[in-house]
Design a protein around this ligand. Structure first.
Ligand code: ZN
Length: 173
């Protein structure tokens, strides 16, 4: 069992621990698989003061180049945003889908584990209708999800989170 060299919690709990900032360098060295976003942050710093979103954007640009279709047409630009939708399967069963966390460098498997723990319910990574992966969480968590996302992944601003209501995109804040 691995414990953090700084706060002595198991590394996956460091971010809930007393001083996550101080744990970060240790985590990058010893538990980088748990905190891929920290590694990104470090790389970004080494690249000279770029922010995490800058790094995300530059790799996006490359992806977009590749997506250029024959004839010079460019596929529609994908916006960096998180979409949250409540889906009612039948009268009793309700689930909340979350799309786009991966655009912010979040590992979806890791995110679904965190969501399952936080909301004490089943959460899983599934392929959405457009082949993109999304997270399904059992139950209606719309009231708490924005706060959870912005606190857990601080590179995701509240302004990038939207609810889908009756097929319409509504800003979460
Ligand atoms: Zn720690």
């Amino acid at each position: 069992m691995l414990y953090c060299g700084v706060c002595s919690l198991p590394p996956e709990y460091c971010e809930f621990g007393p001083d996550f900032e101080k744990c970060k360098p240790w985590l990058v060295e010893n538990a980088s698989d748990l905190y891929p976003e920290l590694v990104k942050e470090k790389i970004a710093q080494q690249l000279g003061g770029m922010t995490v979103s800058d790094v995300g954007n530059s790799s996006k640009t490359q992806e977009e180049e590749i997506k250029r279709l024959p004839g010079g047409k460019i596929k529609k630009k994908e916006k960096l945003e998180v979409l949250v939708e409540r889906v009612t399967r039948n009268k009793r069963k309700c689930l909340t889908t979350i799309k786009g966390l991966d655009m912010f460098g979040v590992k979806l498997a890791d995110a679904s584990k965190k969501l399952g723990k936080k909301f004490a319910s089943g959460a899983s990574v599934v392929k959405g209708p457009t082949e993109k992966e999304q997270i399904d969480v059992q139950g209606d968590i719309l009231l708490d999800i924005v706060e959870f996302i912005t606190e857990t992944w601080q590179n995701i601003p509240e302004s990038a989170i939207y609810f889908i209501e009756d097929g319409k995109k509504v800003p979460a804040c």
